[in-house]
Design a protein around this ligand. Structure first.
Ligand code: MN
Length: 239
């Protein structure tokens, strides 16, 4: 059995190469009894599970095939696609995970999260997150007509791009105290979000940062059942 971890694909109709890279990944792992974990920011934006488009239909079709071949798809929301829910995942038998979830793999406990909650130095983002993720507000937003949701999403994206330019590189990385707390009850922490793919040793534990999908390649993680923690390496996926 293969456990495959990816995040920060930022799929959108504007970047067909990334979509092709994802479809190729599904094809590659289709016959490997794969447990696919997508740890957020799968899509560049998500305005609701009722959104449909031809480029997305192609992805759904491939996910259905992937599922039907005996593989499993698990998804955790990111800061861009937090409105993606079980309703969309039901289309191909996928499963929504909690924002922070544990996975037992052999003798190891693995903690999975997107990674934005670890960036506690970014106080303004954490405030914004608390508001936007409030179930009442999110429920209200989801009840708006699709066209209005599209406009709101475009506005958010513009604002986020503007603030990113003035924020320092450091406050957008994880906070070490937050990481230590996250590793309290786990041997391995796997997350994305920071776009700084790497494997960090923290005493006898590991923090594995998945890569964002760039123009031609992405750093992903593959773990085989019973693999030793010390032999874990990021893998380059080229497309
Ligand atoms: Mn993110």
């Amino acid at each position: 059995m293969t456990y495959l971890f990816i995040s920060d694909l930022h799929l959108s109709p504007e970047h067909p190469r990334l979509v092709r890279g994802f479809l190729a990944l599904l094809e590659q792992y289709k016959n490997q009894n794969t447990q696919l974990y997508i740890l957020g920011d799968w899509f560049n934006a998500w305005i609701g599970d009722d959104y449909t488009a031809p480029w997305l239909d192609e992805i759904i079709h491939a996910l259905k095939d992937f599922s039907a071949a005996g593989n499993h798809i698990y998804f955790q929301v990111g800061n861009r696609d937090f409105a993606l829910g079980q309703k969309f995942l039901d289309k191909f038998n996928g499963q929504l995970l909690q924002d922070i979830d544990d996975l037992s793999l052999g003798k190891y406990t693995i903690r999975l999260e997107h990674g934005d909650l670890l960036c506690t130095d970014d106080v303004s983002y954490q405030k914004f997150r608390k508001i936007i993720r409030n179930p009442l507000l999110l429920g209200f937003l989801k009840s708006l007509p699709l066209g209005i949701r599209q406009k709101i999403a475009n506005g958010f994206r513009k604002k986020s791009a503007e603030t990113k330019q003035v924020k320092s590189y450091d406050i957008m990385d994880v906070n070490h105290t937050a990481v230590e707390a996250a590793l309290n009850n786990a041997d391995i922490l796997i997350h994305g979000h920071t776009h700084r793919p790497d494997i960090h040793q923290i005493q006898d534990k590991k923090r594995i940062v998945l890569g964002d999908w760039r123009e031609h390649e992405a750093q992903i993680l593959e773990i085989q059942l019973n693999q030793n923690i010390h032999s874990l390496k990021l893998k380059k996926w080229c497309y």
